[in-house]
Design a protein around this ligand. Structure first.
Ligand code: ADP
Ligand code: MG
Length: 707
């Protein structure tokens, strides 16, 4: 058996319990482990003097121990080791809980690099359980340490050790998936170099080279998959819709379409009615346009045309909340025309599900709106003519493929509110025709955007008071759900190691909501996050929509699609943690009604790039401009994300492409994919054997992890 397929339980130090924890992370073999990439890196190389250290931030200090460590017993078996250490600017008390051996580790006069969070109370500094590495002049310590997604009882250290073992064992089996000439053309590191340095980077430059290569691989995989899918589809036909008159639908729309909307609708009508006889070449179109530009009405026009021609239509949204919103908006409109609309989601009761499935199978239901539940195997349509996917970036290519598969005669329309850079759209949507909606409905006001730091907190609270007093509603977005142990990956959006040494502490939705609840007792403060049950989320959201809740604290679950016209203020905490296009989407949650609206980005970052990015947000409201700038400044990461909530790749997430800073990678990957398929359309030659294996493994994996 090749070592790559060896189970992790064979590694030194891995027993049953740890093997089970690895399995929870989806890691069974050494291959899985080697491809379990870090989510970020601790940059212990940024060293501060105590006097200049920023309280609450995690960073390094080079300190000399000045008192012998003392151990005390607390309740029961709890212990605490305490001692003091200093540099030329000040001194600090250091404590370790429940690590009695720390008493014997440190001795007066020894110097260590301590990496941890600096606390301050009454002018006195302290650090709790910092990482300590012996410091010797002239013997540099490594700067970068990988941080991984964890599962108890695995910690960073165990994962790091296992990965090191795995790399040694598998050395020699890591066949490069990209042939040498293509690597040379795009200045790519070899696969084995990249895998080693992504886990154990020698320095920033090697990490950069490693991330670049692995990012290239992920995007190449996608580019190849969409191109292969398109090649398969060019022969595929769907229902041709001959009746192109959509005026009965337009009569129910209370406004005039913008020119951009009209163009998009014309594109769709032309697609659906193209071809000969009963067959139209299957439409695969994406509607891209900023939040609020009015994509829904274009999709609804397509739905109307479909049903009016005797077929059924489905609309699939990424969350229950969005599905409900579409139902609330569209059901009355279609009911007025005489069409039957139903909702099908994960929380639909079993009896309801049975009834709806029967109605879809016998054709008595015209339109169904829902979530992934719609693509379960036992949902069968009598005559599905159109599938609409909302907020496309939340669906992977695999889902797209599955949707196509289950509805062989249906056209497909996807909607995305993420204006993405042109080069990246060629990688991700190489198989789709694109309609850009680059115009806002008349009378839309610009959302005024400001970038402030903690010093503005009091004024900011005053501003919230004012908005509430005027009857407006407020969103506060936090990057994390709850405060987490220092050791754990905090699950927050990834920050680049290049961005800034020290990181501002994270605001979490649950704790911050409690704080705001005290400060704004009349606002019915509530919070919502992705880990809540759908019913709970729906309840909170509908109370916000109705105006009962006036201040809603949330994670990015509200990022896409939600429409609450009365909301006038969007505050984003730890704004440095979010991608620009993500911020842009969040900002789009306000300014949807008649109220003058504001977006306030709060960040204590001192990173230069982070600052530049946030300033850009205050200057432009054009999503396409922001997208191109974001790509230039941060690479493709913000469009891909690491948390699986955003665009997911063929084989899972774009873990590395999301970290990669290199703006040229999408173009390189797109170009390389075309080049490779030109040389060898079936990837049949030995030169591409490793690549073909990787691609088929990824496609299989994405098939099994679809839901
Ligand atoms: P998105 O593109 O973000 O999905 P929606 O389709 O939800 O945007 O539209 C946002 C809001 O704008 C909705 O309330 C919709 O009714 C309204 N709207 C859409 N098109 C127009 C238009 N041409 N004129 C005025 N209002 C419009
Ligand atoms: Mg929408």
């Amino acid at each position: 058996m090749a070592n790559l397929d060896m189970p992790v339980s064979k590694l030194d130090g891995i027993g049953k319990v740890k093997a089970a924890a690895f399995e929870k992370l989806g890691i069974c073999t050494l291959r899985d482990l080697i491809y379990h990439f870090p989510t970020r890196y601790e940059n212990r190389g940024v060293v501060s003097r105590l006097a200049e250290g920023r309280v609450g931030m995690t960073q390094s200090y080079i300190l000399t121990v000045s008192t012998e460590p003392k151990m005390a017993r607390l309740r029961g078996s709890l212990t605490i080791v305490k001692f003091r250490a200093f540099d030329e600017s000040g001194s600090v008390e250091i404590t370790y809980f429940n690590q009695p051996y720390m008493r014997d580790k440190f001795h007066v006069g020894e110097t260590y690099r301590f990496y941890g969070k600096l606390n301050e109370k009454l002018g006195k500094y302290s650090m709790s359980s910092p990482v300590a590495e012996m410091f010797r002049e002239g013997q540099p310590l490594p700067d970068l340490y990988a941080v991984y997604r964890l599962a108890q009882p695995l910690n960073k250290k165990v994962i790091r050790e296992c990965v090191s073992q795995a790399l040694v064992l598998c050395n020699g089996e890591l066949f490069d998936t990209v042939p040498g000439d293509i690597r040379a053309k795009y200045s790519l590191a070899s696969l084995s170099y990249a895998l080693e340095n992504i886990h154990i980077p020698e320095d920033l430059a090697s990490l950069d080279r490693a991330a670049r290569r692995l990012a290239f691989d992920e995007l190449l995989e996608t580019a190849l998959a969409v191109r292969l899918m398109r090649n398969k589809q060019t022969q595929s036909y769907a229902a041709r819709m001959m009746n192109t008159d959509i005026s009965p639908f337009l009569d129910t729309v209370p406004f005039e379409l913008t020119n951009a909307q009209k163009r998009a609708v014309d594109d769709i009508i032309a697609d659906l009615s193209a071809g000969k006889g009963y067959d139209a070449p299957r439409m695969s179109r994406i509607l891209v346009g900023d939040v609020g530009c009015g994509k829904t009405v274009c999709a609804a026009a397509a739905v109307f045309m479909t049903v009016n021609n005797g077929y059924q239509a489905l609309i699939m949204a990424p969350t229950e909340i969005l599905a409900s919103q579409h139902v609330n908006d569209l059901a009355p409109q279609f009911a007025a025309i005489g069409y039957k609309v139903e909702k099908l989601t994960g929380s639909t009761t079993a009896a309801e599900k049975r009834r709806i499935k029967a109605g879809l199978a016998d054709g008595s239901i015209d339109i169904v709106i829902g979530t992934h539940a719609l693509i379960e195997d036992d949902v069968v349509f009598r005559s599905l003519g159109l599938a609409v996917c909302d907020e496309q970036h939340r669906f992977g290519i695999a889902q797209r493929a599955k949707l196509l598969e289950k509805s062989p005669r249906a056209h497909m329309l996807v909607m995305s509110a993420t204006p993405i850079p042109r080069t990246l759209s060629l990688v991700l949507y190489g198989d789709l025709s694109i309609s850009r909606i680059d115009e806002m409905p008349k009378g839309r006001q610009k959302v005024d955007t400001f970038f402030v730091n903690e010093n503005y907190r009091t004024r900011l609270n005053g501003f919230i008071d004012k908005q509430l007093a005027e009857g407006g509603q407020v969103y506060v977005v936090c990057p994390a759900v709850e405060q987490v142990e220092d050791d754990a990956d905090d699950g927050a959006p990834t920050v680049s190691v290049f961005d800034t040494g020290a990181q501002p502490p994270l605001k979490s939705a649950v704790e911050f909501a409690a704080e705001l609840g005290d400060r704004f007792p009349n606002a019915n403060v509530a919070y919502i996050h992705g880990k809540m049950r759908p019913a709970e989320k729906n309840d909170i959201m509908s109370r916000f929509v109705s105006g009962e809740i006036k201040l809603l604290v949330s994670t990015t679950v509200i990022e896409v699609g939600i429409n609450v016209p009365n909301a006038s203020l969007m505050i984003v905490e730890n704004a440095e943690r979010f991608g620009l296009s993500q911020l842009h989407q969040l900002r789009g949650r306000v300014g949807r009604g008649s109220r003058k609206s504001y977006c306030i980005l709060v960040s204590d970052t001192d990173g230069e790039i982070a600052t530049r990015r946030l300033k850009l947000m205050t200057k432009t409201n054009d999503g396409f401009v922001i997208a191109e700038e974001d790509l230039k400044m941060r690479g493709p990461g913000d469009f891909l994300g690491t948390d699986g909530a955003r665009q997911s790749g063929v084989g899972g997430n774009y873990r590395m492409a999301a970290l990669c800073q290199d703006a040229s990678i999408p173009e390189a990957a797109g170009e390389a994919a075309s080049l490779i398929l030109e040389i060898d359309p079936a990837l049949a030659s030995p030169e591409f054997a490793a690549l073909r294996m990787r691609l088929s493994r990824a496609m299989n994996a994405s098939e099994t992890t679809m839901n």
